[in-house]
Ligand binder design. Structure first.
Ligand SMILES: Nc1nc2c(ncn2[C@@H]2O[C@H](COP(=O)(O)OP(=O)(O)O)[C@@H](O)[C@H]2O)c(=O)[nH]1
Ligand SMILES: [Mg+2]
Length: 327
């Protein structure tokens, strides 16, 4: 299996003169408390970022505008429907709230964010991303659902995840590992159209838990990936909690693509998911922040932009197939 690190793969990892080990700097008090249990220390800074990012107010504006004015690449659906899948606590609900916050300009908690180890979100919840203003909603729906199981009899089953992706699950359906979705379930969508289906699957994994995720979870991911690929739906991934594995990134999010620790975490996430790192993007969700931050917004909005590219690949393929059928 090969992993694509883009321009970064040929970099030499040298420490610059100003790269004082973080432990010897005076860190922010909040950050220190959060990082107390961190296993992986700052492992040095790459000479240059392995992905180019523009950390400017202008870039944030451009991303907001392009997502707000996004139109799906196929007439059969007026909006992109994206499903977030991952274990409990990975940050699926937080990502939805964070994206919403990045548009609103203040931190909101729209999707219910949990703090326990069991899934807070049991229902299939659809969130219309508001865009620049409530009158101008973005053509993007993010779907939140309970955490994936890792072979244990809890969590979303493979069968139910695929039923959602195929468009059979009604909004608000309450999932249970004991009662899987069936054609006689109330609200079951028998003949889903393109707008009911999922156009891109986003796997969400927590960077601070990569070493403790079970083999069962890796198997769940691999099985899902195989079945979702068979449906022709593209998959990308979000690596969340990056602030919890790298102090320097926690202090300054613009360091995310220069942190060797995060680069390693991305490789690890790629191995867990069985996916090239070119599909994976890191994010820092709004968790304890009271205010939005320009650079965190840029990372979050870039993740949405990345997702929409894969939505369009699926929709373009679908449009071609449909036009062939109607010939
Ligand atoms: N530090 C930090 N905490 C996060 C991040 N994303 C989510 N969290 C926290 O992790 C916990 C679980 O998040 P949640 O969104 O409910 O996970 P879900 O079960 O996947 O929906 C919450 O306490 C969040 O505030 C992140 O990027 N960094
Ligand atoms: Mg949740």
């Amino acid at each position: 299996m090969s992993f694509n690190f883009g321009a970064g793969s040929a970099q030499f990892y040298t420490l610059k003169g100003n790269d004082i080990p973080v432990s010897s700097k005076v860190p922010d008090e909040n950050v220190t408390t959060k990082l107390a249990g961190m296993s992986d220390l700052w492992q040095g800074k790459l000479e240059s970022p392995w992905r180019e990012m523009l950390w400017t107010e202008e870039r944030r504006g451009t991303l907001r505008d392009s997502i707000s004015s996004y139109k799906p690449a196929c007439e059969a659906t007026s909006e992109a429907r994206v499903l977030l899948l991952g274990p409990v606590g990975a940050g699926k609900s937080s990502f939805i709230s964070s994206v919403q916050s990045a548009f609103k300009g203040r931190v909101t908690n729209r999707a219910m964010v949990g703090s326990s180890s069991t899934s807070f979100t049991k229902k299939l919840q659809l969130y219309n991303i508001n865009g620049q203003s409530p009158e101008q909603p973005a053509a993007l729906v993010l779907c939140d659902v309970m955490g994936l199981g890792d072979g244990e009899p809890t969590g979303l089953t493979l069968h139910d995840a695929l039923a959602i992706i195929r468009g059979h699950a009604p909004e608000g359906h309450k999932f249970s590992a004991k009662r899987t979705l069936r054609s006689d379930t109330v609200g079951y969508v028998k003949r889903p159209s393109l707008k009911d289906k999922i156009h891109c699957v986003v796997f969400v994994v927590d960077a601070s838990k990569l070493s403790s995720y079970t083999k069962g979870l890796a198997t769940t991911f691999q099985q899902l990936r195989k079945h979702v690929s068979d449906l022709g739906v593209h998959q990308v991934a979000l690596l969340t909690h990056v602030d919890e594995v790298c102090q320097e990134t926690a202090r300054d999010i613009t360091q995310v693509y220069q942190s060797r620790t995060i680069q390693k975490a991305m490789t690890k996430a790629g191995a867990l998911l069985g996916m090239s790192t070119s599909y994976i993007v890191p994010v820092k969700n709004y968790s304890s922040e009271l205010d939005v931050d320009e650079n965190k917004d840029i990372l979050l909005l870039s993740a949405v932009d990345h997702i929409l590219q894969y939505v369009d690949l699926y929709l373009q393929d679908t449009a071609i197939t449909e036009s062939k059928i109607s010939l």
